[in-house]
Design a protein around this ligand. Structure first.
Ligand code: DX5
Ligand code: ZN
Length: 253
């Protein structure tokens, strides 16, 4: 992670509720400072789970900025991925890595504290599981009270007008560019318009992230639409390690 600070386009700031000494050890915060160039968030869903810490560290050493952790409950999406124990092990192995935890679950509130305790630095949940704007804001407040960053996610079929009224409350807005549940799917270009609608609304300390089908062929369109944080799973971990540095540079543009 020492190398990461040299490569990263933004400054080092402490951010970890479990690790008060994180500033000294180089913990970074992708939220508070608008990056000069897009942040790259490898999705560990595509990593080799038998060598998770090694793959995750190698991607950070190759220039990635944070780790995207996909949580699936088999209800909100038709797949299972990992639980808080895996997140805790990753945090223990890489305490300086910023963990961006994407909750693809029907009942996110039940998982906020377990993942915060497991070292998550940001928890995002889907607008599709919220009954109202007030419900989305209430869940956001529960995460804030845990002392970590907040994110709201929107699926490709969901109208962006449902999301816009609550955008101000969150540290990060995540636009899905595939239907969630699986890595390696084809990018859905129609979602780019959502980025164009959301980007002008954001403060400098809010990030706009895109997730699904991002790779060297699609990253430029995402950047042009205003996204400043790009999730990429198979485009990084699906390739040989010696290519990750070049791929990450290409994604960043
Ligand atoms: C999809 C997940 C994504 C996925 C991205 O349900 O939220 O984060 O891992 O994988 P790629 O980059 O392979 O589309
Ligand atoms: Zn994701």
């Amino acid at each position: 992670m020492g190398d990461l600070l040299g490569k990263s386009p933004w400054s080092a700031v402490s951010y970890c509720r479990q690790c008060p000494g994180a500033l000294e050890s180089g913990m970074i915060d992708p939220i508070s400072t608008k990056p000069e160039s897009p942040l790259i968030a490898p999705s560990i869903l595509a990593a080799d789970f038998a060598n998770l810490a090694s793959d995750a560290k190698a991607s950070l050493d190759a220039g990635a900025d944070l780790l995207h952790v996909d949580i699936m409950d088999g209800h909100f999406v038709p797949n299972l991925s990992m639980g808080p124990a895996v997140c805790a092990s990753l945090h223990k192995a890489l305490p300086d890595a910023y963990l961006d935890v994407h909750l693809m679950v029907a009942d996110p509130r039940a998982y906020f504290k377990p993942f915060a305790d497991a070292g998550a630095n940001l928890l995002s949940f889907h607008i599709e599981v919220c009954e109202s704007q007030e419900h989305a804001r209430e869940l956001c407040g529960v995460i804030e009270d845990l002392g970590i960053h907040t994110g709201i996610v929107i699926n490709p079929p969901t109208d962006v007008d449902v999301l816009l009224p609550v955008v101000d409350a969150f540290d990060l807005v995540l636009v899905m560019s595939v239907n969630p549940g699986f890595g390696g799917q084809a990018f859905i270009p129609e979602v780019l318009e959502k980025g164009q609608r959301i980007a002008p609304m954001l403060r400098k300390n809010q990030r706009l992230e895109i997730d699904g089908g991002i790779g060297p062929q699609t990253a430029h369109a995402a950047r042009d639409a205003g996204f400043d944080t790009l999730v990429a799973g198979s485009a990084i971990y699906g390739k040989p390690r010696d290519q990750w540095g070049q791929i990450i540079r290409t994604l960043r543009g």
